[in-house]
Design a protein around this ligand. Structure first.
Ligand code: ZN
Length: 295
């Protein structure tokens, strides 16, 4: 199934809308990490939120989301960029929590207390970092709170992941609606009413809905035009060279200890699970590459 995002704007009404379907890439991410149903929902919602926020960046820019809660999941890390590339992982993929009213209990695994940190790498100066307290631990509300508190942009976020009894993700997607200044009170009221009446995102998608029809439903009667339609995809940027750079950053002393105590090492990428093996000879060669420590 195609993963994609649609962005629309209504200049006159001062509204921006994004909607996406992420079923295939969320399913892939959950298979890579072997997540429990509740952890799948948490990771899937965070990846989908990352897809929406990545689209608000500019070409070549990157965004990172870190959710740290007091639940058994530990943390959720997601990286996204304007090209539509996404990757992510959770601290404890096996963490689970009993369903609540028939719904996967995302706040039960992430926890209701903690922090959301948003990192933006715009390629300039210091990367931007914004931190807000978790609002509900359900991801969508936490992202909306970030936009309101950290960026002062009134925003509504809806995210959904449907996990089948066998663990497969059969539906995932979301939307982000923002109002732009100067705000029109009537339009804002209309949007709030529409969004409150929307069925859950996964119910909408499972009934044959698409990002396009979701945006039509939200902006019914408000003139908007499509700015772009973009493919979303899973991509990990790890490589042997990157892992080598991490090993080199350990320093000569630490590397010598590693060779002495372990000999061969395998370094596993947290994002995609790829394992990079380094033999004693390879480590020794890296050790030789390192300059002597500055006295
Ligand atoms: Zn990787």
């Amino acid at each position: 199934m195609k993963n994609y995002l649609v962005r629309v704007i209504g200049e006159k009404a001062g509204v921006l809308g994004l909607a996406c379907v992420t079923t295939g890439l969320v399913d892939r991410a959950c298979r890579i990490h072997g997540t429990s149903p509740a952890a799948s929902a948490a990771l899937g919602r965070a990846l989908t939120g990352g897809a929406l926020m990545g689209n608000l960046m500019k070409s070549g820019q990157q965004i990172g989301l870190k959710f740290e809660g007091n639940g058994p999941l530990g943390k959720i890390i997601v990286e996204a960029d304007y090209s539509g590339a996404l990757r992510g992982f959770v601290g404890n993929p096996g963490a689970d929590a009993p369903s609540l009213d028939g719904k996967l209990n995302v706040s039960g695994v992430l926890g209701k207390e903690g922090f959301l940190t948003v990192f933006k790498d715009t390629g300039l100066e210091e990367p931007y970092q914004g931190v807000v307290k978790l609002r509900t631990g359900e991801i969508a509300e936490d992202l909306a709170a970030y936009f309101v508190e950290s960026e002062q942009v009134p925003s509504a976020v809806g995210l959904g992941v449907f996990v089948e009894p066998d663990g497969a993700v059969s539906s995932a997607g979301g939307f982000l609606v923002q109002t732009l200044p100067p705000q029109d009170g009537d339009v804002v009221d209309q949007l709030i009413r529409r969004i409150e009446k929307l069925p859950p995102v996964t119910a909408f998608l499972r009934a044959g809905g698409t990002p396009e029809s979701l945006l039509e439903e939200i902006f019914d009667g408000i003139p908007v035009r499509t700015l772009e339609t973009k493919t979303l995809f899973w991509r990990c940027t790890c490589s042997r060279e990157r892992i080598e750079r991490v090993l080199l950053s350990l320093g000569k002393k630490e590397m010598a200890r590693l060779i002495r105590e372990q000999g061969d090492v395998a370094v596993t990428c947290e994002f995609c699970g790829t394992s990079y093996a380094f033999s004693r000879e390879a480590l020794t060669a890296l050790h030789r590459e390192m300059g002597d420590p500055i006295p």
